[in-house]
Design a protein around this ligand. Structure first.
Ligand SMILES: [Zn+2]
Length: 112
């Protein structure tokens, strides 16, 4: 597994060994996202994240999401988390409700 200083690429054989979102789902893990600036931690289901970014490995999720409080993404840390049976009761999960497509008009000036 590449070090923490992952720059977004590694040897393909090494990248194939890094756990992906489908691996986390099949292992019963959750995605833990923390903002080290705001000290906020949220748990997500791997399939919800997969709907947004595809089946990427855990190191590609770092700095991909923005903190909802401070808006920064350079302090975001992402990991796959095993949750024990006693922790599941009462655990808060942030679940995906819907994905909205936003229409944004792009204008330009032209001469007649
Ligand atoms: Zn934050």
């Amino acid at each position: 597994m590449p070090s923490v200083e992952y720059k977004g690429f590694a040897h393909p054989r090494v990248e194939a060994q890094i756990p992906r979102l489908t691996d986390a789902h099949s292992a019963g893990q959750y995605v833990k996202m923390s903002c080290c600036w705001c000290k906020i931690t949220r748990m997500y289901r791997p399939l919800d994240i997969l709907k947004l970014v595809g089946d990427v490995h855990v190191l590609k999720l770092h700095r991909r999401f923005y903190c909802e409080k401070c808006g920064r993404k350079d302090y975001m840390a992402v990991e796959f988390k095993n949750v024990m049976g006693s922790e599941i009761a009462g655990m808060r999960i942030r679940e995906l409700v819907e994905i909205r497509m936003v229409k944004k008009p792009i204008w330009r000036d032209t001469k007649l």
